[in-house]
Write a protein that binds this ligand. Structure first.
Ligand code: 5AD
Ligand code: SF4
Length: 471
């Protein structure tokens, strides 16, 4: 898509925001109260960023933020379908919100995101949840304002789902959930087709944003006072493919690190097969790049890695983590692990456990394999649930043991903490994170949310630290 076309589309959508805004004003006058909206987000950082764009549009239209789903006049569910329990959660919520709509007949309920790219899900919603007013997918989230306006002005059921897109619409308004940190999309979609994963089917082919557009967005965020950014993509290490420059993710990261005011840069997610030496070098050379990498392992068995179509071996993965640790001292490495992939036996699970112990992960999300319609692995013979549960428990036990040992390693050290908010359990304390992403709680002492402070990590309590500010 050309820059001109992208700008045209942005302008069109902003016009719809203003038109919808007029309706909001009229309804609000008639009701003698403001109108409220809420976005409920499931899933990954990508979805959270998409929701910030939806919230930006809603705010532009004049909706205030609802404090509960029940209070909302417009309620949007942004869905995830990476595992089956995410699907179940949505249907549960849709059942509950029917009662809200019975009380507020004009309530608009919308559903968007990854689940909407699956035909059987959309059919089920239409049939079993007729109180849903608006459905759209991942490829036309930019058109949310147009679709909501259509619903508000014409009524009826509005559904618009595109099979795919090459569109990247820049510069739409967004509302950041946090003033001091934000996600920045650098690419959309995924071309890897790991055999268990539905993402390539629901998020489409890989498309990279132009480096200049990304850097502009980072500069604007920094001007607004943002201190920490997270560069987002399903596989950031393959950023740049298909662009007419020789930019790589490492080069983009280096440029992002040089933007004034950006004190911390994170990125997510890295695929081990594409992690370059150039990237490790850039991490080592730039102190404001977080000392943390999330590097999904998925399995420690070569046989299973091959069946998963991951394109690396256990030894390759281990040596990558060794390189990272050597070049970037104090780096925290976290991972994702799937247990119960078709064909996985006791030895494969032992191999995974062995890699967890050798690498010494700082944290790991462990998932039970969940067959997703349309993926290659869903067609393979599935394992017995009880057997998978036993293996899952073994892996989880190891993950907890290793992560517990690893996370104590900063005890006693003074480290820089970005203050993220009040400690939920104690209003006299703040909660923040160190560069490695570990959480730290400490007594407030004249600082503010969004400040970077030096904190002594006095005591490790498993997965968080208690500390004191060092003036
Ligand atoms: N079953 C279980 N876990 C999955 N993931 C992706 N697809 C599946 C699936 N079908 C996990 C992977 C990925 C993370 C985001 O979700 O570990 O890294
Ligand atoms: Fe899914 Fe693999 Fe793409 Fe990650 S790299 S989104 S696991 S297909």
């Amino acid at each position: 898509m050309t820059k001109d076309n992208s700008l045209k589309e942005t302008k069109r959508q902003i016009e719809f925001m203003h038109k919808a805004g007029k309706i909001v004003e009229q309804r609000s006058k008639a009701l003698s109260r403001p109108l409220y909206a809420m976005t409920v987000t499931f899933g990954c950082q990508m979805n959270f960023r998409d929701s910030e764009k939806i919230d930006g549009a809603l705010r532009e239209m004049g909706f205030l933020k609802a404090s509960s789903e029940e209070q909302a006049d417009v309620l949007i569910y942004n869905t995830c379908t990476v595992r089956e329990n995410a699907d179940k959660r949505l249907f549960g919520r849709l059942g509950v919100c029917k009662a809200y709509k019975n009380k507020n007949k004009n309530m608009i309920i919308g559903v968007c995101g990854c689940m909407m790219q699956e035909k059987q899900v959309v059919d089920r919603i239409k049939k079993e949840y007729p109180h849903v007013d608006l459905i759209f997918g991942t490829h036309n989230i930019f058109a949310f304002s147009e679709l909501l306006y259509k619903k508000m002005s014409e009524g009826g059921f509005v559904a618009d789902i595109l099979e795919s897109t090459d569109k990247i619409v820049e510069d739409l308004p967004t509302e950041r959930k946090y003033s001091f940190k934000t996600g920045i999309n650098i690419m959309f979609g995924c071309d890897n087709f790991c055999t268990y994963c539905i993402v390539p089917y629901v998020r489409g082919r890989e498309r990279s944003r132009k480096p200049a557009d990304i850097v502009d967005e980072i500069k604007r965020a920094a001007d607004d006072g943002v201190k920490e950014i997270m560069l987002l993509g399903q596989n950031v290490n393959s950023y740049g493919k298909g662009l007419d420059t020789d930019v790589t993710f490492a080069k983009l990261l280096k440029e992002a690190a040089s933007v004034d005011g950006i004190r911390r840069i994170r990125f997510m997610t890295s695929h081990p097969k594409d992690l370059s030496d150039e990237l490790i070098e850039v991490m080592a050379e730039n102190e404001n790049i977080a000392r943390h990498i999330h590097l999904p392992l998925q399995s420690g068995s070569d046989r299973i890695l091959e069946a998963m179509n991951r394109h690396y071996t256990r030894e390759g993965y281990i040596s990558l983590t060794e390189k990272l640790k050597k070049a970037v001292p104090d780096i925290a490495i976290t991972t994702d692990i799937i247990v119960g992939f078709p064909g996985e036996d006791v030895q494969d699970v032992s191999d995974t456990i062995d890699v967890i112990e050798q690498v010494g992960f700082d944290g790991a999300f462990t998932f039970e394999y969940s067959p997703r319609t349309g993926t290659a692995a869903a067609k393979m013979e599935q394992l017995d649930k009880g057997f998978v549960q036993e293996n899952f428990d073994r892996v989880l036990k190891t993950v907890h043991k290793v992560a517990w040992e690893r996370s104590r390693r900063f005890e006693g050290r003074v480290m820089e903490v970005l203050i993220e908010g009040e400690d939920e359990k104690d209003p006299e304390r703040y909660t923040g994170r160190i560069s490695q992403n570990n959480v730290v709680h400490f007594p407030k002492s004249g600082y503010h949310v969004g400040d970077l402070v030096q904190v002594r990590l006095d005591e490790c309590r498993g997965f968080y630290y208690n500390g004191t500010v060092v003036p």
